[in-house]
Design a protein around this ligand. Structure first.
Ligand SMILES: *[C@@H]1O[C@H](CO)[C@@H](O)[C@H](O)[C@H]1NC(C)=O
Ligand SMILES: *[C@@H]1O[C@H](CO)[C@@H](O)[C@H](O)[C@H]1NC(C)=O
Length: 371
């Protein structure tokens, strides 16, 4: 089974490394002291939901490894093993990166702490005010062959917390949802019964289900919903390894373009269904263009970070079956790590590095103004 295109790839490969670290890392940037979103928009009642330091804007996160900040199983998930997290904070935190991921940068933008992972909701009570992260690496809108909750189930979790009054309607009043669907459904399709003719109907099915999910999150009372477009799958190292990391796979990127076109139509439709059309409720976060900008410019728009060969991942398996983090029976490494992870756009076969995410986030600034 070809699971190399799968964002859950890392999860399938178990390691003998012991679980070394159990530290919960939730605080990133921001500081949570200043709020640019205090301003009351006309027509909005304040209720008890006014933003303050004790009641900051909340971020709810759904999806996969591009936004997961620790929900996956310890220690089986790669995100909980060396060398994940080596850049920041210096040990694994459950993120599929050498450091921060998209969620952390969006939280920074909102000036709140990166929201606590759902699995720690009982121990991190003080953190609940920043929202919650329901995302699990490896998941999709449909069941992938990972035993992790699909997006519908992740939304059930929020619904349950609302039902239990962990979050009230007032809490949700200024909240933002971030939804990442980075391609696991397609990885499974390709690895299992996928036929070439079946791609278009399957993509349509995936986007339709995503639309149902987005509508449901809005129905729970979340007023701003940010959904990522699909990144250029044909430019992920799992694809470009075929050209020794020199060329994106154009065939795959064409399928990605079809997904993104349908998603754009869904988002327009969802916005047209909202009664108060004065502000955009559903926002498409253009990962495709921002990945492409970072890859083409070999860095971020301001030149703060630079990538030598942006298609080449930092942490790379020494043979085609090996992936970042894999070890042999005696603990010997089956991968190599580059000297400077800061100079790599991609961290592993499918995930950007912290600086990769920083470049993507920088390229998204105009897009984020819609928030
Ligand atoms: C999500 O997972 C649940 C539990 O496995 C399943 O009942 C449901 O059908 C799944 N939803 C979709 C859209 O595949
Ligand atoms: C590009 O991707 C397609 C679909 O996965 C595959 O059939 C094709 O061999 C790839 N092309 C190259 C040049 O790797």
């Amino acid at each position: 089974m070809d699971c190399k295109k799968l964002l859950c790839f890392s999860l399938l490969c178990f390691s003998l490394l012991p679980e070394l670290y159990g530290v919960v890392w939730v605080s990133v940037g921001g500081g949570g002291h200043r709020h640019r979103h205090r301003v009351r928009r006309s027509g909005q009642s304040l209720g008890g939901g006014e933003l303050s330091d004790s009641n900051p804007r909340k971020l709810f996160v759904f999806g996969d490894s591009y936004v997961d900040t620790g929900n996956n199983r310890k220690p089986a998930a790669k995100s909980w093993q060396y060398p994940y997290g080596i850049t920041f904070p210096g040990k694994p935190t459950g993120r599929f990166s050498d450091g921060r991921v998209l969620t952390d940068y969006l939280a920074k933008y909102l000036r709140v702490k990166s929201p606590i992972a759902y699995k720690w909701r009982k121990v991190g009570l003080g953190q609940l005010k920043y929202g919650m992260n329901f995302a699990y690496g490896g998941t999709g809108v449909f069941n992938t062959f990972i035993m992790s909750p699909n997006m519908s189930t992740q939304i059930d979790f929020l619904q349950q917390l609302i039902h239990e009054s962990t979050y009230t309607a007032q809490d949700l009043h200024y909240s933002v949802a971030l939804i990442s669907l980075a391609g696991n459904d397609y990885g499974v399709y390709q690895a299992t019964d996928g036929s070439a003719q079946g791609w278009q109907p399957f993509i349509t099915k995936v986007v339709n289900q995503l639309e149902v999910n987005l509508r449901r999150i809005h129905g729970l009372g979340v007023p701003k919903i940010v959904v990522t477009s699909l990144e250029p799958l044909g430019c992920l190292p799992s694809s470009t390894v075929a050209s020794s990391f020199h060329q994106c796979n154009a065939t795959e990127n064409l399928l990605v373009n079809f997904h993104n076109l349908l998603l754009q139509q869904s988002v327009a439709k969802l916005n047209s269904e909202v009664k108060d059309a004065s502000a955009s409720t559903f926002i498409l976060l253009d990962l495709y263009s921002s990945f492409m900008a970072a890859l083409n410019n070999k860095g971020d728009p301001l030149g703060n970070v630079k990538f030598e060969n942006p298609l080449k991942p930092c942490c790379v398996g020494i043979s085609s079956e090996y992936a970042c983090g894999n070890v042999g029976a005696n603990g010997e490494k089956k991968y190599t790590i580059c000297e400077d992870p800061g100079a790599a756009f991609f961290w592993d076969e499918v995930h950007p590095s912290q600086n990769g995410w920083f470049a993507v986030y920088s390229a998204l600034q105009a897009n984020l103004k819609q928030l």
